[in-house]
Design a protein around this ligand. Sequence first.
Ligand code: MTE
Length: 321
Amino acid sequence: MLIRKPSMIPSSEITPKEVYGNRRKFMAAAAATAGLAALTGERLVHPAVEVAAATKLPTVKSPLSTAGLTPTAYKDITTYNNFYEFGTDKGDPSRNAGHLQTYPWNVKVEGLVAKPQTFSIDELVKLRPQEERVYRFRCVEAWSMVIPWVGYSLSALIQQCQPLSSARYVQFLTLDDPRQMPEMSQVNINWPYSEGLRMDEAMHPLTLLTFGLYGETLPNQDGAPVRIVVPWKYGFKSAKSIVKIRFVAKQPPTTWNEMASNEYGFYSNVNPDVDHPRWSQKTERAIGAPIWKQRQPTLPFNGYGDQVASLYAGMDLKKNY
Ligand code: MTE
């Protein structure tokens, strides 16, 4: 897997749209060749797929970016991951996800929606200007990072599809392809990985449909080509490599809640006052921070309480963890 360490990219260096398009076509050609490898039933391996890993994404500044944070190093963000389809160790996704075919890629929008439709990844990328949003990211395992994501509010896509008034939740389903993800068989998860949000959470402007980080397309291990990021919730709510968005009337089943509902609630708002049954959530380890700054207090709603606490007015957040 090619991992480049991009610096923050000035707009003068941003790849023009035509070049981006050509790069995408090149990726399509590479993916088609890799498809031949698939006929042999082996893991998809083709060097050209690796070469196409990082493409610059033109971005605009966002008022929703969190000010005053120092982003975690690119290397840490891309080598310390949870992506169980590629293994359970933090280093497995960066070792094993390099050959995932992320182009062409479609996302199907279905369920209780006036305009069900399938978007190609190119259509999705172009739907709205890509914004750079620096967010805190808090994993339920009590570590955290600061990540300069690239994307736009999920609400833009939702509005385009016009959900029916009966749609109260949104479910995200991710790629389920054991041939490309052979490590899936090592864990006892009911695939595909599924996550969900209440409609008002999904429509909140902070909820990001995410295509990149550090000014480039997402590395495979971080959920290429498209994932969700919900900054006030534990990281597992942020489903990676999404292929389906489904509007539903009832709270959808979600992977970690199905695995252990006493440990992982549906809401999973970051909450220092509700411990995980096996560890405290009062503090977190900031990955990559200087040793004397690594242990930090965890903030309610991961620091986004001013923007999102009103979504939960009147709810007992100790019961609805
Ligand atoms: N999405 C899929 N498809 N599969 C996964 O295993 N892990 C989740 C979430 N999204 C996961 C997933 C968990 S537990 C976390 S903490 C975040 O992805 C990690 O995202 P990162 O590796 O980009 O930090």
